[in-house]
Write a protein that binds this ligand. Structure first.
Ligand code: ADP
Ligand code: MG
Length: 233
């Protein structure tokens, strides 16, 4: 049986009439399934954001939290690699200005302050719901690999460990994960683990109609989910 606190995450969004989870809500949900997400705090003022950044440790990333903003960078709502307190103060206001200009009707819930994950190979884990067969799971490399080359693998959930291993190996760009072209060798076990836990999350949460972990940064040891988007049924 799934935890009560999980239903609460979905209810909170519904009560506000939102058909998607904020990134921090989606990451809270991911954490319930022990998925490796970046640490974060939602702040409501500049001073709170600075406190949060000091707590998390610099550099940090700032992101808009608004019910009217689903794609945060499109609204000028993401600033990465902020190195000090002045940067947080300036970035906080810059994001508010950007969002006000791009999405004038946007209500501001807060600013998400989060740990900056070191750059590395980017992968994507996604899901859409098939009307007949239920949730699917998708895996691919990030950036042009998925956008231009459509180099991805799919399965229906739930998946087994063997399915997860095959999903990773069957993409055409697999060699990149093995460390081709000077890329760091990817921790494939960590990716298998993410796929399995995502499958479990999808099976236990029928409220989810779409999920997009994009990007997931993968290292020689471990992986970090830096963005998670969840659309509700
Ligand atoms: P969007 O809603 O536009 O998809 P993201 O949260 O994915 O916003 O942020 C945009 C980009 O910023 C990401 O694709 C990633 O390259 C970078 N980014 C976001 N969060 C982090 C983080 N915590 N650490 C490192 N890079 C990040
Ligand atoms: Mg993203």
């Amino acid at each position: 049986m799934r935890d009560e606190s999980i239903s609460k995450i979905f209810e909170d969004a519904r009560v506000e009439g939102r058909n998607f989870l904020f990134e921090h809500e989606a990451k809270n949900l991911c954490s319930k399934y022990e998925l490796p997400v970046t640490r974060f705090t939602v702040s409501k003022t500049e001073d709170e954001a600075i406190e949060a950044a000091k707590e998390l440790g610099f550099p940090v990333v700032l992101k808009i939290v608004s019910p009217q903003v689903l794609h945060k960078s499109d609204a000028g709502g993401v600033l990465i690699d902020i190195k000090d307190e002045d940067g947080v103060r300036e970035g906080y206001n810059r994001i508010l200005d950007n969002v006000k200009a791009k999405v004038p009707e946007a209500q501001i819930t807060g600013i998400l302050v989060q740990e900056m994950a070191p750059s590395s190979t980017e992968v994507i884990v996604g899901s859409t719901k098939d009307p007949t067969f239920g949730p699917t799971i998708m895996f691919g490399l990030g950036g042009i690999f998925v956008e231009v080359l459509k180099d991805v693998s799919f399965r229906l959930a739930p998946i087994t460990r063997t399915d997860a291993e095959e999903m990773i190996r069957e993409i055409k760009s697999y060699k990149i994960l093995e460390g081709a072209r000077g890329m760091p060798e990817a921790d494939q076990k960590a990716l298998v683990d993410i796929l399995l836990k995502t499958s479990e999350l999808l099976m236990e949460c029928p409220e989810i109609s779409e999920l997009d972990m994009n990007p997931v940064l993968v290292y020689e040891k471990g992986a970090k989910i830096v963005d998670a988007r969840i659309i509700l049924d």
